[in-house]
Design a protein around this ligand. Sequence first.
Ligand SMILES: *Cc1c(COP(=O)(O)O)cnc(C)c1O
Ligand SMILES: [Zn+2]
Length: 439
Amino acid sequence: MAVAGTTAWAAALAAIVVRCMACGADWPGDRALTSCPTCGGLLDVVTPITGPIDPQRIGAGLQGEIAHSGVWRYRQLLPAIPGGAVVTRWEGHTPLYRDDRLAAWAGLDGGLVRIKHEGHNPTASFKDRGMTVGISHAKGVGARIVACASTGNTSASLASYAAAGGIPALVLVPDGKISGGKLAQTIAYGATVVQIAGDFDAALSLLRELTAKWDVYLVNSVNPFRLEGQKTIVFEMLEQLGWDAPDWIVLPGGNLGNTSAFGKALTELKEVGLISKVPRLAVIQAAGSAPFAAWFRDGYEGYAAVQAETVATAIKIGNPASVLRAKRSLDFSHGVATSVTDDEILDAKAEIDRVGIGCEPASAASLAGLRQLVATGTVKPGERAVCVLTGHVLKDSEAVVNYHLHDVDGQRRDGANRPIRVDATLTALEQALADALHG
Ligand SMILES: *Cc1c(COP(=O)(O)O)cnc(C)c1O
Ligand SMILES: [Zn+2]
């Protein structure tokens, strides 16, 4: 059944160009493509650059719900999806914190480090920035079901935006391997959840088989429209810095969608003249899930997927979909990739949490990575860095409990913050506080 407005939408969507990065073929943007129909390559939405962008005009003239979105604000550099199809939950507008204790912990002078906190999005991860564009595109093309495989945050975000847009959502999650909070969000927002007896990589390949056969709109980061929304993390961070680019942008890498989006964002900002210097991207993977960092280290020879293992479930991905796009981002930005251990991730997270900011484990890979890059001399004293925190502390409360409340090899961790249990008497309370505060 035709919905009023869809014919006009179809023309606008068909005018969007989607290009294969492998063979260069162009495809109209009015279909749900997640790989090149000719060669299977990864796809990019082509951003029509018509000339320099006036920083004063960014976000001007937006009306209605869309005017509140920190993503659609940059619509000059986003696909021209008809306004009527846009599904927004006022995503973006996330804080860019300064905390000199975290700078010092990473080994840099105060003032040189900023923290871009993407946990301050509607479903508490950066995935919302991609999802507003992905689901708007899905709505525009008349998708009947939207689906993703997820380590948790994509599913929470998809479920929320699909519900907002009135489209049924299907989510495949690795059984028992996503955090309770993320699963709870996904269930609460009404998605159909299927737990797969296998890891994320198995769930994604299964879903790709399903979408090849059935009319299901896939919203994993192989979807080029989602990456368009994620570019706005970089747009917004640089606007917050007055378009004075830092030397480094440090981010966690899992499926490498963000790495891909960040490189595309920087390329476009340079092209429209909003920045003159391109910051270097530093992609940080968890040591047990670091195929891209290993490939980078070996001079891009002999790429091999791995069996992923890490406490940072959001980046527990052994066969990232976007490796080639990520390489392109590092090539363009003269970037680097490295890995950090789970202990380094958890210690960085404890620092970020303790200063009152907080994040989920995967997010802390960025600060752990910065500390390593400073220690090894890749990041030089005096250089400025922005670390991206990808998700909120409440996303993984199990990780907090494990770190602070449970011993490691029979030992309490340094800095573990354990609640104190006392009898309900003032004497007991005073005694316990005397021990805790002076002991
Ligand atoms: C998805 C996610 C990542 C990984 O991002 P990619 O684009 O897959 O590399 C990192 N941290 C959190 C919290 C995430 O949800
Ligand atoms: Zn192709």
